[in-house]
Design a protein around this ligand. Structure first.
Ligand code: V47
Length: 372
């Protein structure tokens, strides 16, 4: 599979040697990996790294998502979820409704609640502190993974304080981890076209670094398959890697393929069609190979699709996320995945792909049974 001559013929001999020796790949190596037509060869390299790190273990988490509002001041072009205040379909949950969702677990307590929403124009920081405290009081063992760096920056702006202070206050209320959303693509020209009102790359990375220094782990993402080039993807991965070298708090990377339904962002013809499946696998694989300092790569079944997420486990991914229960951002954009997965379904999916399922907590510690 990892035959030296084959990689030499592909012009990837040097990259193969670096991967086998555990050496860092360069920006140019990333470009070469994207340009290589032999996706199986790229996948085999990524699988080698994934196996070195995790053996045949594949992780999942018993979690639930709560999207608290779709009202958002950012109006990103790609986002099918967001609405303006007063627009048809706009919603905002109350804290009571959020706590009720966390408690509604069918007898299998969630180990994680993943909370994310739009940048609402007037929900104050105190509202979020209160929600986290109430969730903790109702379900003490649950880990609260909530609010992307974009939301943190928005709360800070509304409160007239800096992002570090927001993170300190939310941590004191019980926040443990930030989800990785909002990174989109860091390249400024594309970012300006697809999400002009969102914080820029530097601000996103700064908030992530502040969280890391405060002991709050964060995930990181990349939205791909829209207007960005392969060079933009490699640039994005290199920036995440550099941030990780500095502050070390990224737990997991999630490549998010752009889903097009109900989106204002229209794609060039070469970005549409069945072949995008291969592009998704390649992107998972290149991410695994470039991000040598981020332990986990998630094949998020909602965006990736359940079938492709299973294949992605052979292209460098080692996590599927979780039971989720309810999801809106991907489904509004045309995800054909179910809304929820059971523990049995996730474990079956992992076993049938040839791996050993490991139930984990938010921080990737194995857990036997979810605790009450
Ligand atoms: O930030 C929005 C993306 C993200 C679309 O941290 C879209 O464990 C595809 O970040 N097509 C939110 N993607 C989801 C997210 C996430 C999901 C699961 C786990 C974790 C984690 C994080 O979804 C947004 C944006 O980048 N997104 N619209 C779309 N049409």
């Amino acid at each position: 599979m990892l035959d030296t001559d084959h990689y030499a013929r592909l012009g990837l001999g040097e990259i193969r040697d670096k991967v086998m020796a555990g050496h860092r790949l360069s920006y140019d190596d990333g470009l070469r990996l994207f340009a290589c037509p032999d996706i199986t060869a790229i996948g085999a390299l990524a699988h080698h790294v994934r196996t070195r790190l995790h053996g045949d273990r594949t992780y999942y988490v018993v979690n639930r998502q709560v999207n608290y509002t779709n009202i958002c001041v950012n109006g990103c072009l790609f986002c099918a979820f967001q609405r303006e205040r007063g627009q048809q379909g706009a919603f905002a949950l109350t804290p009571d409704e959020m706590v009720a969702r966390v408690m509604d677990d069918g007898g299998v307590p969630f180990s994680e609640v993943h909370i994310v929403g739009g940048c609402h124009p007037d929900l104050p920081l105190e509202w979020f502190e209160d929600v986290i405290r109430r969730i903790h009081a109702a379900r003490p063992s649950i880990v609260v993974k909530a609010f992307t760096a974009v939301e943190i920056a928005h709360f800070a702006k509304l409160a007239g304080i800096d992002t570090e202070e927001v993170l300190r206050r939310l941590k004191a209320a019980g926040l443990s981890q930030l989800p990785g959303g909002g990174a989109e693509i860091f390249a400024p020209d594309v970012r300006q076209r697809i999400c002009p009102r969102k914080i820029d790359a530097e601000a996103w990375l700064r908030v992530a670094g502040e969280a890391h220094r405060l002991g709050i782990g964060t995930n990181c993402t990349m939205l791909f398959g829209h207007l960005e080039s392969e060079a933009d993807r490699v640039d994005h991965l290199c920036r995440l890697r550099a941030q990780q070298d500095e502050t070390g708090g990224f737990t997991c990377f999630i490549p998010l393929p752009f889903l097009t339904e109900n989106s204002l962002l229209k794609l060039p013809p070469e970005r549409v069609g069945q072949h995008v499946g291969l592009d998704r696998l390649r992107t998972v694989a290149v991410s695994r190979l470039m991000l040598d300092n981020i332990a986990h790569i998630k094949a998020y079944w909602v965006m990736m699709g359940v079938k492709l997420a299973q294949v992605a486990l052979h292209y460098g991914a080692n996590d599927l996320d979780g039971t989720i229960v309810e999801e809106k951002i991907g489904h509004m954009a045309g995800s054909d995945a179910v809304q929820a997965m059971t523990i049995a379904q996730l474990e079956d999916m992992i076993r049938r792909s040839g791996f050993t399922p490991v139930r984990r907590d938010t921080h990737f510690n194995p857990v036997e049974e979810a605790r009450a």
